[in-house]
Design a protein around this ligand. Structure first.
Ligand code: ZN
Length: 154
C-alpha cells in the first residue's frame, strides 16, 4: 500500500479529477515509494498489453473454430441436400411458401386499395352532400330575400 493522498491505480488509469491528479503528482515528486508503485503499475500494464497481443490470434482461432461447427440450419440443410427427393420437396415447399406470401401481399394491397376507394367515395359523397346543402341553403336564402323584398315592395 502507498501513502499517496489518492489511490495510485486511479491516478495511473487517469480516473482522478484534475485537483486529485495534481495532489498525487505533487506527492510522487517527493515520495520514492509511490514513484516505485507507479513504475510497477507501468510495468504490469506493459506486460498485460504484450500478453494481450499474443492472445488475440488464439482467441480468433477459437472463435472461428466454433463458427465452422455446423449450425442447426446447416445440419438441416445437409440432411435435405443429401437426398434428391427431399431436395425436390424442399424446393417445392420453398416455392409454395413464396407463392403464398406473394398472394397474401397481393390480397392485402387489393383490400387496401378497395377500402381506400371506398373511403374516397364516402368523402366525395359527403362533399357533394355538403355542396348540395349549402346550395340549397343559398337558393333558399335567395328565395327568402326575393320574397322579403317582394314583401317590402308590397
Ligand atoms: Zn507516497
Amino acid at each position: 500500500m502507498s501513502c499517496s493522498p489518492f489511490d495510485l491505480r486511479d491516478y495511473f488509469l487517469k480516473e482522478l479529477s484534475e485537483s486529485e491528479t495534481r495532489q498525487v503528482a505533487n506527492h510522487t515528486r517527493t515520495c520514492s515509494a509511490c514513484r516505485e508503485e507507479l513504475e510497477r503499475l507501468r510495468v504490469t500494464q506493459q506486460a498485460l498489453l504484450s500478453l494481450g497481443d499474443e492472445e488475440v490470434p488464439q482467441r480468433l482461432a477459437f472463435v472461428s473454430g466454433r463458427v465452422f461447427d455446423p449450425s442447426p440450419w446447416e445440419r438441416v440443410w445437409s440432411a435435405i441436400a443429401g437426398s434428391r427427393a427431399r431436395l425436390g420437396f424442399a424446393a417445392a415447399m420453398a416455392l409454395s411458401l413464396v407463392l403464398v406470401a406473394f398472394t397474401m401481399i397481393r390480397e392485402t394491397t387489393l383490400e387496401q386499395r378497395i377500402s381506400q376507394i371506398q373511403r374516397d367515395n364516402l368523402q366525395v359523397q359527403q362533399e357533394l352532400k355538403r355542396a348540395a346543402d349549402s346550395y340549397d341553403y343559398s337558393v333558399r336564402n335567395e328565395l327568402l330575400l326575393e320574397r322579403s323584398s317582394y314583401g317590402e315592395r308590397q
